[in-house]
Design a protein around this ligand. Structure first.
Ligand code: ZN
Ligand code: ZN
Length: 232
């Protein structure tokens, strides 16, 4: 039986979002139903509402989330009901050339849930394939990753977008290593995660640059050795 849950929907470009009752199907093969515990508010959700991503309205917003697996569809083995998980944007296929070379981030055949969540019979477009501004959401099983159940839901959810973007920029894309000097322009969620990543990677000098003194305070907490207020 489909589940009727409350959710935040952007119906049209630039219009205020609204809380609606949406229908979430039972998970089909390879899908899981997740009871959302927490979801961050990311600037990309605003981009969706402004029509800056694409025009596939109505959007079910929210994509930086943690939750509890409630039901699993046929053939799902990586998670089970009751597991605490974070959600990622797309599941990888595991069998294409990139996946077999151990580089799943280049997967040629990523996927989301095959079934659609709906509002009054109209198919919703879940933000980044997740749609977690909802009491429950439907994703491909590979989008759910089990994490330490003692982590706070609010903190764990951030790993799904802002933290991986910032940490990944420093540790993978930027290749920061021991003794390096790093400057991070913009110390919001992603920037401060980049600072934390640079510190974890062993950078010696980490300079945080922002126009907001409060964000520079946070930058120092996350590991910036120097900060510059570029508004002055
Ligand atoms: Zn995001
Ligand atoms: Zn693949």
């Amino acid at each position: 039986m489909p589940h009727t849950v409350r959710a935040v929907v952007a119906r049209a470009k630039g219009e205020p979002v609204s809380i609606e009752a949406i229908e979430v199907p039972d998970p089909g093969p390879g899908e899981v139903l997740v009871a959302v515990q927490a979801c961050g508010v990311c600037h990309t959700d605003l981009h969706y509402r402004e029509g800056a991503i694409n025009d596939d309205f109505p959007f079910l917003l929210g994509h930086e989330a943690s939750g509890i697996i409630e039901e699993v569809g046929e053939g799902v083995t990586n998670v089970a009901p009751g597991d605490f998980v974070i959600l990622n944007w797309r599941a990888v296929c595991g069998s294409c050339r990139a996946c077999r070379r151990g580089r799943p981030w280049y997967c040629f055949d990523t996927l989301n849930a095959a079934q659609k969540m709906t509002l009054d019979g109209v198919e919703l477009s879940p933000a980044l394939g997740i749609g977690a501004f909802a009491e429950k959401t439907l994703v491909a099983a590979g989008q759910a990753t089990k994490v330490d159940p003692t982590a706070s839901p609010e903190a764990a959810g951030l790993v799904g977008c802002g933290v991986m973007a910032g940490l990944g920029a420093a540790m993978n894309t930027g290749g920061v290593g021991r003794g390096d000097s790093v400057a991070v322009f913009g110390c919001g969620g992603v920037g401060n995660a980049a600072i934390a990543g640079a510190r974890l990677a062993g950078a010696h000098t980490i300079i945080g640059i922002d126009i907001d003194a409060g964000k520079l305070d946070l930058a120092r907490e996350f590991g910036a050795t120097h900060t510059i207020d570029s508004s002055s």
